[in-house]
Design a protein around this ligand. Sequence first.
Ligand code: CAA
Length: 258
Amino acid sequence: MTEYQTILVEQKGRVGLITLNRPEALNALNNQLMREVVAAATGFDRDPSIGALVITGSEKAFAAGADIKEMQGNAFPQVYLDDWLGPWDELGRLRKPVVAAVAGFALGGGCELAMLCDILIAADTAKFGQPEIKLGVIPGIGGSQRLTRAVGKAKAMDLCLTGRMMGAEEAERAGLVSRIVPAADLLTEALATAETVAAMSAPAAVMMKESVNRVFETTLAEGVRFERRLFHALFATADQKEGMAAFAEKRKPSFENR
Ligand code: CAA
């Protein structure tokens, strides 16, 4: 596997695991880490032996945001011409489902990275926030957009304008978090969830993700139409035959399209 300096990358069964690993900076997202996460994630996305991904950090921090010390000297128009932070958008284009396993701080770019994932599992220690305003800027990896879609305008405005943090329970109540688990069980639960998804029919899982994400891009009528086209297409797969035969025969399905 490729050598990385800021992340650890492992394959666990059919799951690709990426662990952010800059403990000295609470996993702050510098440019090298961005390049490495994008390279590892897109590599897993192309790998047919992988069915789902997990992105995690440390016990203390999922990620404390973009690297403030690295970016403090940045200047316009260079950041604009370089499309600085643009590579993070690649994560939003991954086709395979991605689980974020969040313990500790998920602030600024860290919260945005978690929101780029599909299933967000939080440890009871997780703390989310978009504190960019306290630095004289605003989020730059989609925070104002994805947070508002996830929790609604009232809470998004509260969090983004004050820069306050919210704990795991508030985040789950608000709809940002899929579920909360004890910190000690976080990685096990995230890997088990990803393995469950990876064992599904691959075309169904990829279409499922595509269909849910369509909600954020289109009208209800178009979205339902899009879903129905994909639903019909799945009747061309052997996995549909296997999944339904297994139900009728009272056994577990064994999907081939992995
Ligand atoms: N960038 C660079 N370094 C960071 C960092 C960041 N975002 N967050 C923490 N660190 C570094 C600290 O500077 C410190 O390094 P030193 O030991 O060399 O001084 C080390 O990590 C440990 O941090 P603290 O001593 O501050 O730890 P703490 O437990 O006292 O506080 C914290 C934790 C509340 C998360 C605090 O570190 C903090 O407020 N961090 C910044 C959070 C932030 O503002 N994030 C938004 C960044 S902007 C952004 O993300 C823009 C965007 O949308 C892309």
